[in-house]
Structures are given as structure tokens and as C-alpha cells.
Ligand binder design. Structure first.
Ligand SMILES: [Fe+2]
Length: 481
């Protein structure tokens, strides 16, 4: 095993073996009394070591929850009881290798293990754990993090794989999703209503198989991603996995009404780029009687060669190394003219994992709290070194960097009781102190992240670094959707 493989199994990345539920009492600062609800973060935590090479994305999904209740907080962690983990537990050993090794040819239903380790959202009274390559969506009970099954699939979705980064509209309770795959039309888009009924399903014809990671929604529209970074078709035909960047192709964004049909999709072209994460999207008047769809996110910065041209191999190499060299960016898709305008919001700070107040999903948002990424982190060892708060109205940002050896995770925005403004609340998440070898829960005042956490709560065991988080307010837990 090489050092790069070791890195994501050591220190703050090392998996934990125990599932615990504990009231936390070792608190620096004060937990806000007007904070009620639940932060949940998904991430990899492998149970059985497989032969071969380990990649950070391979670990079995584990949820880590913080339940806040008027100044008190409880921590709980639990594996997502996926079908693959059940099979491995029955066999008392690994049955799948990681993504760096060949998939299982004897399991056409699951050649690569669906770990459910990527994303988590609250929908129809349950947590949904989703996987970035797309697969069965696992349902988890918010009260005790017990996995209760998988999301019932309408027969029309047979053979389709719901991706991570599906969206939940808290106003309507709808679940807006996309699926992508290797067979034409290569993408589907759909909407479940708040009871889980499939209301909309749209085949989205792409020029070939693509690797979209996210999508965007506004109040009335959805935005689908077709980006010029995908598997080299010749290599794929030869059975090899080789991802390439095609700088001669544009980025394409498909805009359609939330409940539209395939013929409604309008494709907007933009500069070639690859991105993982959207911050938000919304509708604005273009000042001439038309509508602009505005989308913000954190694409990779252009990777140039020595002659200043976009380099086809640097970006896939960076991505394969889990390197981060990203900026905050805005696209505007004009529905009247069909034109795209785009601009850098900030390419000074290296940043990813943008979050918003999720109650404002699809509405014009003034704020985005993005995660600062360390430059020059070790290969396959992404490091989240702080949080920055953008104010798009003031065109300003302020940041918190805790110094060396303190690494964050994606936080969630938690509105305070009786919140009025978009940023009335807190950022809640986990932090790993590498010097103390200890994990903490951190609570920031969302108005002022630069002052550092208002509460830092020691955890009795490590929370291994992971991926996405969500906030579920007490109101939504009581409401049940
Ligand atoms: Fe993601």
C-alpha cells in the first residue's frame, strides 16, 4: 500500500469502529439556546479492508448527527445499513474492491459497491443517503439513524440510478433529482412530490456518457449539467477507465421548467470547465422583459499549459489526485436571448463545498458560506482549512482560518428560532484538530464567521472527514417533510 492510499486511512481520515450516542458536555464557549434541530453529515467509514488500493470515496457510508436542543447537544454516529454492507457483514469480509481496481463482473446489479456515502437530505420525514455514482437511495430514520430500507422506485425508474445532489424544495416538499448512466439518453431528470410519488420524469439526451456531479433548481426551473470532462470513448470501448478534459467543447447547461418535458429543455453554452458543486440558483429579470437564470458554484479554475492554453490532461490529473483548485463563479442564462453571461466572483480564495440557508434554495440568495481548501495539500488528501462568508450584495467576504492542523468539514446552515433574515442562524459542523488528535463539533455565528466558533464541543471519538451535510430544523422534523 502506497503512502497516498495510507493518507486517507490515517489521522482525521481514519475510520471508527464504534457506533455511539452520547450527550456532549465538554463545551468551550456557549451553545446557542435558540438552536433546535439536527445536523447530519455523511461520509466514508470502511468496515472491512478490501485487497487492492483504497480511495477516499470507497468507504462505507456513515452518518454523524448533532442534535441541538436549546443549549444542549447530542452526538450519534451510525453506518448506513446498505445492501452491500449487509452482504459483507454476512461474509465477515470485503466483497468489493475500491474504485481504483476492477469492478465486479459477476454483479451487473452492483459492479461497484453502492456505499451511500456521499450526500444526505431530509425528505418525506426521513433522511435519504445518496451516492455520487448513483444507485438505490437509502432511507434512514432521523430519530435514531437506523436504516429502514431504500426509496421505493416507481417502475418507470427501473434501471435508473438517482445521483447524489438531488434537491429538496422545503416550500413544496418536492424531491428534484437526476440520474446519469452509460446508456442513451445518458441522463434522466425527475421530480417526486412530497409523498414520494413520481410526478415528472424527463429523458435528457446528451451527446454521450457524462459525469455530472450536481444540478441546480430555481423556484420554477431546473438546470442540468453537461460538462466537457468525461470518459475517453476509445478507452471506454477498450474496457479502460480514462477520464479526459475536452477544452474544445463548451460546458452546456440544460434549463427546463421543473415539471417540463424533454422538448422544453434549452441548452446554454458556457466556457469549458468542470465543477462539482452548485451554491444556489434563482430567477432574475433581465431588465428587458425577460428572465435570467442565475447559478453560482465552485468550478475548478482553468488549468493552463506552458503556452497559456487550456490543458486537456492537467484537470483530470488534478481531479484524480483529489486536488482542489477552485473558485466562486456565476453563470447567467438568459431565457429571452438564449445567451450565457459568466463571471468570476472570487478566484483569490481556493474554495469548494458552498452552502446556503436551504430554506432559500431556488430563491435569490445574498449569502453563501464556502469551505476554504488548503493549497498544495498532499495527494488524495483534501483539506478543508476554513470557512468564508460571501455577501453577494456587498460584494465582500470574510473568512475564518483556524491555523495549521485544524481541518473542517462541510457545515450546514442552521436558522435560529424566529429567524427573519436569510443569515439569521449558525453554521454547524465538525472539525478535526490534528495536533490534539481530536474531533470537535463547531458552531459559528453565520453573521460573523471570522470571529471563530461561538461554541467548540469536544467529541468522545473521531468523526472521520467526509462529504455532505444537511440541517433539519425542529419544525421540519415535527412537520414530517
Ligand atoms: Fe458532492
Amino acid at each position: 500500500m502506497g503512502s497516498s492510499e495510507m493518507a486517507v486511512l490515517q489521522g482525521g481520515f481514519a475510520p471508527v469502529e464504534r457506533e455511539i450516542t452520547v450527550d456532549l458536555t465538554d463545551i468551550e464557549g456557549e451553545i446557542p439556546r435558540d438552536l433546535h434541530g439536527m445536523h447530519v453529515r455523511n461520509g466514508p467509514n470502511r468496515q472491512f479492508a478490501a485487497p487492492g488500493r483504497y480511495h477516499w470515496f470507497d468507504g462505507d457510508g456513515m452518518l454523524h448527527a448533532l442534535r441541538f436542543d436549546g443549549g444542549r447537544v447530542q452526538y450519534q454516529n451510525r453506518w448506513i445499513a446498505t445492501q452491500s454492507l449487509a452482504e459483507e457483514r454476512a461474509a465477515n469480509g470485503a466483497l468489493w474492491q475500491g474504485i481504483k481496481d476492477p469492478p465486479r463482473r459477476d454483479r451487473p446489479d452492483m459492479p461497484i459497491k453502492n456505499t451511500a456515502n456521499t450526500d444526505v437530505k431530509y425528505f418525506a420525514g426521513e433522511l435519504l443517503a445518496m451516492w455520487y455514482l448513483g444507485g438505490e437511495v437509502h432511507r434512514v430514520r432521523p430519530q435514531d439513524l437506523a436504516t429502514t430500507g431504500t426509496l421505493a422506485m416507481d417502475p418507470r425508474l427501473a434501471g435508473l440510478h438517482i445521483s447524489a445532489h438531488s434537491k429538496v424544495d422545503e416550500r413544496t416538499g418536492e424531491f428534484v433529482f437526476f440520474c446519469y448512466g452509460k446508456e442513451p439518453p445518458y441522463m434522466h431528470y425527475g421530480v417526486l412530490d412530497k409523498s414520494g410519488m413520481l410526478k415528472t420524469l424527463v429523458p435528457v439526451a446528451l451527446p454521450g456518457p457524462r459525469l455530472p456531479h450536481d444540478m441546480a433548481v430555481t423556484r420554477n426551473f431546473s438546470v442540468l449539467h453537461d460538462l466537457p470532462l468525461f470518459q475517453d470513448p476509445e478507452a471506454a470501448a477498450a474496457g479502460r477507465h480514462k477520464v479526459m478534459f475536452y477544452p474544445e467543447l463548451p460546458s452546456r447547461f440544460g434549463v427546463l421548467p421543473r415539471h417540463g418535458v424533454a422538448s422544453d429543455i434549452r441548452w446554454f453554452e458556457a466556457k469549458p470547465a468542470y465543477m462539482y458543486h452548485v451554491s444556489n440558483a434563482w430567477e432574475e429579470s433581465d431588465g428587458h422583459g425577460g428572465t435570467e437564470i442565475v447559478m453560482t458554484g465552485t468550478p475548478f479554475k482553468p488549468q493552463h499549459d506552458a503556452r497559456g492554453q487550456l490543458d486537456a490532461s492537467r484537470l483530470p490529473r488534478l481531479i484524480a489526485q483529489l486536488g482542489q483548485d477552485c473558485m466562486f463563479y456565476e453563470w447567467r442564462f438568459n431565457l429571452r436571448t438564449g445567451q450565457t453571461r459568466e463571471r468570476v466572483i472570487d478566484d483569490v480564495l481556493n474554495q469548494e463545498f458552498p452552502i446556503i440557508n436551504s430554506a432559500y434554495l431556488g430563491e435569490r440568495t445574498r449569502y453563501s458560506w464556502n469551505t476554504l481548501m488548503a493549497n498544495g495539500a498532499g495527494p488524495e488528501e483534501p483539506r478543508f482549512c476554513g470557512i468564508t462568508r460571501y455577501d453577494l450584495q456587498q460584494d465582500s467576504c470574510s473568512s475564518y482560518h483556524a491555523g495549521m492542523h485544524k481541518w473542517f468539514n462541510e457545515h450546514s446552515f442552521a436558522p435560529k428560532d424566529q429567524a427573519v433574515a436569510e443569515d439569521d442562524g449558525y453554521l454547524v459542523g465538525f472539525m478535526w484538530d490534528a495536533l490534539a488528535s481530536r474531533s470537535y463539533a463547531t458552531v459559528f455565528d453565520a453573521h460573523d464567521v471570522a470571529q471563530g466558533p461561538v461554541a467548540r464541543i469536544a467529541l468522545p471519538q473521531r468523526v472521520p472527514h467526509g462529504f455532505h451535510a444537511t440541517w433539519v430544523s425542529r419544525e421540519r422534523l415535527i412537520r414530517g417533510w
